[in-house]
Design a protein around this ligand. Structure first.
Ligand code: SF4
Length: 338
């Protein structure tokens, strides 16, 4: 399996980070990779156009601290969300972070893991004796930058020892080898975001490819983690039925020895008017189908209308993929289709 490590063009480091082991080791690591590292409390990105700013930001990282004390609620997927980083090196054309992370979505990597875990522990305590679940992939891909800090592994170990805390990880990357030895105790659920080859190849730039992700999911499954797949965004394109069929067959053949439950979350492609405008600026040659006329409007939870497939098409997608999963896996649970 090829592990692609993302190497930024430039890194900024908040001087406060250097008091932490992960801050010092991230700096050393970046210097060894010949990445220029600038100590500063500010990140400077000066492109001439907004697409240039976007492209530069996606190659810039900022090593800093996470000082958030009160975690945001993350319903329905978990009770709370926390972040080990923000933004990510992927260039997925449809990524919902396009509209939430501004014109310069540079990556932040947080090094003060003990403080982050303390905040998590406080939230677990507040909810006792119930189990509290945490999502760490809401504003980032938590695996993509793991090689710089090792903090995701520390989190997995922490949750492995926690009686009442559970973690949910989601990724499109495959640098998971360091996590195979973690003491997860089945308290971390690992979900891979996966798709038909056509979608990955055309829209999910700078992420692990189809084969690499499936290979990584197999390793994680063999390491005994609870696992799941998010198939998103599901799109209709020429041969979509064959390609999704290939995907489910491939997953089945790779996970035939895994007898625990495998969850599937199914999300059809959607876009908002704001996202469409931004995507067309950042990816002017995009092949994404964003033709409003062939879609139907749906009111979204974030106060915006989004365009989804019309009812007959979305039912067709739902029925087709659900049948594929059910006929191939007797240990599958389809959590939702939306
Ligand atoms: S990998 Fe995830 S977070 Fe990163 S750009 Fe793609 S969809 Fe967005």
């Amino acid at each position: 399996m090829v592990i692609k490590t993302f190497v930024p063009d430039i890194a900024y480091i908040d001087p406060r980070s250097l008091k932490y082991d992960a801050g010092k080791s991230a700096k050393n690591y970046l210097e060894k990779l010949n990445v220029p590292v600038i100590e500063s409390r500010k990140v400077l990105i000066e492109g001439n156009t907004s697409s240039e700013n976007y492209a530069k930001a996606k190659k810039t990282i900022y090593i800093t601290l996470n000082t958030q004390k009160k975690l945001r609620v993350c319903k329905p997927s978990a009770d709370y969300q926390f972040a080990l980083s923000s933004s990510c090196p992927g260039h997925c054309e449809y990524c919902y972070l396009q509209t939430t992370q501004g014109e310069k979505p540079f990556m932040k990597v947080f090094v003060n893991i003990d403080d982050i875990l303390e905040v998590i522990q406080e939230h677990i305590k507040m909810n006792l004796p119930k189990i509290t679940t945490f999502e760490c992939g809401s504003i980032t891909d938590p695996v993509a930058l793991e090689y710089l800090t090792g903090n995701l592994k520390k989190c997995i170990d922490f949750f492995g020892n926690s009686n009442n805390g559970r973690l949910r990880v989601i990724t499109k990357f495959n640098n998971i080898d360091s996590l195979l030895e973690a003491n997860h105790n089945k308290h971390t659920k690992f979900r891979f975001s996966i798709n038909a080859k056509y979608v990955i190849n055309n829209f999910e730039h700078n992420t692990a490819n189809y084969e690499e992700r499936i290979e990584a999911s197999k390793k994680i499954a063999h390491a005994g983690y609870p696992i799941g797949f998010i198939i998103a965004p599901i799109m209709i394109f020429e041969n979509w039925k064959d390609e999704y069929k290939d995907l489910i067959n491939k997953l089945k053949s790779q996970l035939k020895d895994y007898n625990d439950e495998i969850t599937f979350e199914l999300i059809q492609h959607r876009f908002t008017a704001t996202a469409k405008e931004l995507i067309l600026t950042r990816f002017p040659n995009t092949k994404l189908d964003m033709n409003e006329e062939s879609r139907q409007l749906k009111w979204g939870p974030y106060g915006k209308f989004k365009y989804v497939y019309p009812k007959d098409k979305s039912n067709e997608i739902k029925d087709y993929i659900t049948d594929l999963i059910k006929s191939n896996f007797n240990n599958a649970v389809i959590e939702y289709f939306t």
